[in-house]
Design a protein around this ligand. Sequence first.
Ligand code: ATP
Length: 242
Amino acid sequence: LTSDPVLSLEDVSISYGHVSAVTGVTLTLYAGETLALIGPNGAGKSTLLRGITNQTRKSNGKIRFGGRDISSTPPHRLTRAGIIHVPEGRQVVAPLTVRENLQLAARASRRCPRREIEASIDRVYDLFAPLARLRDTPSGLLSGGEQQMVAIGRALMARPVVLLLDEPSMGLAPVMVEVIYEFLGVHRDALGGTAILLAEQSRIALDVADRAAVLSCGQLGFVGPSSDLNESLLTTAYLGTS
Ligand code: ATP
């Protein structure tokens, strides 16, 4: 890859008490790329994403964003800098309508100029067509897949430089997974230079990723072009055999 590094992790470790969840992860994310973080249940994917955004304390390591050390920058400041995290489980503000959720995300992040909010909302509707007709529906009434679209839409309203997506396909109907992945497949045109770190258990992420990183028991194994990630490397990560 010839593009610039936007986010780099150097020897990052995270423990819960005496339990080590992430051990010595070194990884670079480049502008405009989608990097799939693949690993089984409990591998440490969510912990790593929370560590990047400082929602979980790191026991070791450094994280740089555009050359700046952000290892101990508080989460809200990282949001304002453009590191946007969509956690597992589709976080929407249930009583608010789709439109209000999108407006709120734009304001809270302070990254979308006020006069551009309406145009940005329209862009989210272009990317996720079902949301256009649901714009005045309280988000809590939507299906899981529709809520995931709102959650990603909220992230887009914050104009991400780095988008951290935690298992967007989890628990969704196949048709909804398709909609989410269709979006991820074309994001480059829609998002410009946004770099995406996409955590998934399922190999579906490989279809839209430029590169893949395999996490197993908190440690990185394979890191490289997703087309080079073969079945036997995946099986090793998932079953712990070689
Ligand atoms: P999943 O696909 O289920 O989300 P994951 O790859 O995201 O899995 P994590 O949720 O990051 O994995 O969990 C990594 C390890 O850390 C697991 O052993 C888990 O039990 C443990 N863990 C996660 N959160 C906590 C916590 N708050 N307190 C203690 N242990 C935790």
